[in-house]
Write a protein that binds this ligand. Structure first.
Ligand code: CMP
Length: 161
């Protein structure tokens, strides 16, 4: 039977797209970054490593088209493999945004992914969705709906939620 806390968890559940950029893959940081997500208590519900096709990179960064850094940004994310993940849980979007830190690694707090592993833009190690609308759009660029596998860890309801 559902407890009030489980009902609350369902109500607050969000999903976010997390992308580990080529520098994260090339520097061997995949495990460290995914471990942070798992340690936080969020669930990885889809995960793939891929070489981004140009049209997917352009779709992901369509909101930045026309900005001075756009061409460099596209060139950068096409420069090597990326890892795309769907991360799910209560307040997943805001938790992830705080865990990755400010856009500019020079301003990111120590303890965040960008603050710990980044130096300068555009090499800020990871991308994460900034809103529920962005998350749905961005997840659709990388994954088919049947590739997302939601689950509940047996200990969650007792020790986390
Ligand atoms: P991301 O979270 O992937 O979203 C857009 C990306 O553009 C951002 O991380 C940076 O990699 C890049 N970016 C944003 N602002 C700048 C900037 N001023 N100069 C260079 N790159 C930027």
């Amino acid at each position: 039977m559902d407890s009030p806390s489980r009902w609350g968890q369902e109500r607050l559940k969000e999903r976010s797209l997390l992308m580990l950029k080529p520098e994260a893959v090339m520097r061997g940081l995949i495990g460290n970054i995914i471990t942070r997500v798992e340690n936080k208590g969020l669930n990885v519900t889809a995960l793939k490593l891929l070489k981004l096709p140009r049209e997917k990179a352009e779709a992901l960064y369509a909101p930045h088209k026309g900005k001075a850094f756009y061409d460099d940004l596209i060139r950068h994310v096409l420069s090597g493999p990326v890892v795309a993940a769907v991360v799910e849980g209560p307040h997943a979007i805001s938790h992830l945004r705080r865990m990755i830190g400010s856009t500019d690694p020079a301003e990111s707090a120590v303890g965040t992914v960008r603050g710990d592993f980044g130096l300068i833009l555009p090499k800020n190690v990871v991308h994460a969705s900034d809103s529920a609308e962005s998350a749905e759009r961005e997840i659709g660029i990388f994954f088919e709906e049947d590739e997302l596998v939601s689950y509940e860890k047996p200990t969650e309801s007792m020790y986390l939620l």
